[in-house]
Design a protein around this ligand. Structure first.
Ligand code: NAD
Length: 426
């Protein structure tokens, strides 16, 4: 095994987040000295299922939708991953997202493999009745794939608690019994977990404090900019504020707001509750999306979408720590620039893994039939996030690589070692 590895600047010129992920996978695989057979095994999904979903629309016509489910790997346990509804869903994207889930679960020591699903449709043009029909028929067509000990979906883009309730109900009807653990991210009333909604933001807060501790930064003297004010961004901001940090910048799709004296996060939350977006918020000076990322701050939390930190702005970012709440907010081309500048990036597969961790807790509670207090959920989440952070930090230091490559090394190594022990069935 190599003791020192210099991360090469990526040769590819595109900024596709999934390609970006695979570039990082390759670097980690090289550091680990993965043998070719194992490398090929880890790159190839174990199962890909495509189904057609015929639906009678509200106007009486019949439309056929296409649905996919990809199980990337199930060697660590039943596979886990969200289902997204979007017009541009395609099997390649679903395959890449499924692999991402394998690394996330392995990294967090959650006993799940990785999967992802998607239905190609435009939810903005569908009624609630049509969405329910699509969800139920997709589930019925995936009866052989899903299962509480086989493959467990969760919400993703344009799917929510209600979608999960329909999946759980349809699956249970076919099984002739209630199977709560077949999906996570359910409403509390039918077996959801306390703390699930806040879990991703809470995880971001925990790893941010972990990185601050390594740099000797005190919460009371730390300023934070958060991009995106949805589930992940607003909760990260709120919890970091509760820890004593000063939130100096926030933004959403309508624009950014900066106030070096600190933004009142409760006011911003109340404003969004009333007005749906931050548009017109007066708790800070209006700045552009681009400016916000480059403003003076100690910690930057990109929690909106992919490809926000690129080779174009990586040189201008002032933060000492970037905690990736979003999936793929930093392109592979930006990585070496941030590394050279000594900026610590807590990578997405670690920083936003609080969601899948509490999904695991939800599944455990469903299977045992005993429900935990919020305090228990939060304590266990903190313990697992801290353990993973420390593991990644030590691995990165040992191999002299970034936390991102350290995280991929931990994850890939765990799956590869498990494969070795289980062996290949033939
Ligand atoms: P969300 O829809 O609740 O919020 C997204 C926020 O980002 C909104 O405030 C939106 O206005 C804002 N936004 C969109 N484009 C923007 C732009 N260009 N500039 C600034 N703000 C912009 O979504 P979410 O659940 O908070 O997810 C955010 C990111 O976190 C996504 O990348 C998602 O994949 C990732 N993630 C979410 C979870 C989870 O549990 N929700 C878990 C893991 C990863």
């Amino acid at each position: 095994m190599m003791t020192e590895y210099k991360e090469p600047g990526p040769v590819l010129d595109h900024e596709n987040p999934f390609e970006s992920m695979m570039q990082r996978f390759d670097i980690a695989a090289e550091v680990l000295g993965l043998e070719d057979g194992v490398y090929q095994y880890l790159k190839t999904p174990v199962k890909q299922v495509t189904v057609s979903i015929p639906i009678q629309m509200d106007n009486g016509t019949v439309e056929i939708f296409e649905g996919h489910r990809v199980v990337h790997n199930d060697i660590l346990g039943p596979s886990k991953g969200g289902i997204r509804y979007a017009p541009d869903v395609n099997i390649d994207e679903v395959k890449a997202l499924a692999a991402w889930m394998t690394w996330k679960c392995a990294l967090l020591n959650v006993p799940f493999g990785g999967a992802k699903g998607g239905v190609k449709c435009d939810p903005t043009k569908l009624t609630a009745v049509e969405l329910e029909k699509i969800t139920r028929r997709y589930t019925a067509n995936m009866m052989e794939v899903f299962g509480d000990d086989k493959d467990i979906p969760a919400p993703d883009m344009n799917t929510n608690e209600q979608t999960m309730a329909w999946i759980m109900d349809t699956y249970s009807m076919h099984q002739r019994k209630t199977v709560s653990g077949v999906v996570t991210g359910k409403p509390l009333l039918i077996g959801g977990s306390l703390g699930r909604r806040e879990a991703t933001g809470r995880g971001v807060m925990i790893v941010t404090l972990g990185a601050m501790e390594k740099l000797g930064m005190k919460a009371k003297e730390t300023s934070v900019v958060v991009q995106g004010f949805g589930n992940v961004g607003s909760i990260s901001a709120q919890l970091l504020r509760e820890q004593g940090c000063k939130i100096v910048g926030i933004s959403d799709i309508t624009g950014g707001y900066y106030n070096k004296r600190g933004i009142d996060i409760q006011k911003a939350l109340d404003y969004v509750k009333q007005n749906k977006t931050l548009n017109g918020f007066t708790g800070g000076d209006a700045v552009s999306q681009t400016e916000l990322l480059e403003m003076e701050c100690d910690v930057l939390v990109p929690a909106a979408k992919e490809d926000q930190i690129t080779h174009k702005n990586a040189g201008k970012i002032k933060a000492k720590i970037i905690a990736e709440g979003a999936n793929g907010p930093t392109t592979a081309k930006a990585d070496p620039i941030l590394n050279e500048r000594g900026i610590i990036v807590v990578p997405d597969i670690l920083a936003n893994a609080g969601g899948v961790t509490v999904s695991y807790f939800e599944w455990v509670q469903n299977r045992v039939g005993y429900y935990w207090s919020l305090d228990r959920v939060n304590r266990r989440l903190e313990r697992m996030m801290k353990a993973s952070f420390d593991n990644v930090y030590e691995t990165a230091a040992k191999h002299k690589v970034s936390l991102r490559i350290g995280a991929y090394i931990v994850a890939i190594d765990k799956v590869a070692r498990t494969l070795k022990i289980r062996g290949i069935y033939a």
